[in-house]
Design a protein. Structure first.
Length: 376
């Protein structure tokens, strides 16, 4: 009897153990082990930064404040003629002075700054030959800010030290602007400076400006038109008619332009150290501007920036008139009388031209300082 009870007890205990083992296996299949739970937690932590970056939240799941979301700033730098400025240094400063950035404009004149903290900022632009320009603005969180077109003014003598460049470089940039000046967008207006204290030109620059004038397409058109009128009116009869007569009149007219421009605008100004340009006044009463324009046929600025007798213009007119006696028909030459007559006409035409420059021409010339930004 005892043996049977013990056997039944053993069987009962084995059944309980089997059932417990079965239940344990089902629970294990449904619940992760401690290692699995640890792996899942680590995986969640590794994936969290990506989610935080996509949704602007911190690794702990908290949303980033708007003021911490960076943006970008870009822009373009040009000169007053609308041409892009390459190599300009652009400095970006914000509320945090230690986070200042610098960039250099590329061949297309553009610059850009990435990862800029939102808030008030300032852009300082420095380029050789130009006055330093400073602009400011406000960048909002996540914004791609495009700065207004930065049109740099040509540096004057007063800003030479400020931008740290030589006087020759300043004059070179001023010439570039002058070579863009055209009345009604067509007629060259290179020998006028709208910068009152423009840097003086070197001899090389004076010859460059003269050469640029005589090879300008409109110069050939103007001389060609004048030669046609002369032939139609049969001026300089000794040249004859037909294609040969027209060619001689054209050659004589171009010779006058060539000699007058180089002698009065380059050779004598280089020797006498005088500036061949007309310096636009633009201020004061009309009578004072009228007298200023007339006087500039007889006076000019020297390379020392002081006013002096305009020997270059007056002697240049005499020299050009004397040279013209070499190629005009004999019956149209009158020796010294014609030479001085032509010189007087040359000086008078300079005075009349100055009057137009002072009161009319600037309004008709789009690419000059103060007339707004010209489109490239």
């Amino acid at each position: 009897m005892t043996v049977q009870l013990n056997s039944r007890l053993i069987v009962f205990l084995l059944g309980v153990l089997s059932w417990a083992s079965f239940c344990s296996g089902q629970t294990a299949a449904q619940s992760p082990t401690g290692d699995q739970q640890l792996g899942a937690q680590l995986g969640a932590q590794l994936r969290l930064p990506q989610s935080a970056e996509q949704h602007n939240v911190t690794p702990s799941g908290e949303a980033l404040p708007d003021q911490q979301i960076s943006g970008s700033i870009s822009g373009t730098v040009v000169d007053q003629s609308g041409a892009v400025v390459t190599g300009a240094r652009v400095k970006l400063t914000g509320e945090d002075q230690s986070a200042a950035q610098e960039a250099v404009t590329g061949t297309d004149g553009t610059f850009s700054f990435a990862k800029v903290a939102p808030g008030a900022f300032q852009l300082t632009i420095v380029a050789a030959g130009f006055a330093t320009q400073t602009t400011s603005g406000t960048l909002y969180a996540g914004e791609s800010y495009v700065a207004p077109l930065a049109a740099l003014a040509v540096a004057t003598a007063m800003t030479d030290v400020e931008v740290g460049i030589s006087q020759i470089e300043v004059a070179e940039e001023q010439i570039k602007v002058e070579e863009q000046q055209r009345v009604l967008g067509v007629l060259p207006n290179f020998y006028v400076s709208y910068i009152p204290d423009a840097a003086p030109l070197t001899s090389k620059q004076k010859f460059k400006l003269a050469f640029r004038t005589v090879i300008d397409p409109f110069t050939f058109v103007f001389v060609g038109g004048a030669a046609g009128v002369q032939q139609w009116q049969n001026h300089f009869e000794g040249y004859g008619q037909g294609a040969q007569g027209y060619a001689k009149r054209f050659g004589a007219g171009y010779g006058d332009t060539l000699s007058g421009t180089f002698i009065g605008g380059a050779i004598l100004p280089s020797i006498l150290k005088q500036d061949p340009r007309y310096f636009y006044k633009g201020t004061g009463s009309a009578p004072s501007r009228f007298l200023y324009a007339i006087a500039n046929a007889f006076i000019c600025k020297g390379d020392n920036r002081r006013w002096q007798v305009n020997y270059s213009n007056m002697l240049g007119s005499v020299a050009a008139g004397g040279i013209s006696n070499l190629y005009y028909p004999p019956q149209d030459r009158d020796g010294a009388a014609l030479t001085f007559e032509n010189a007087a006409l040359g000086i008078a035409s300079t005075a009349v031209s100055n009057l137009f420059q002072e009161f009319v021409i600037k309004k008709l010339t789009p690419k000059v300082p103060g007339n707004g930004l010209a489109k490239p």
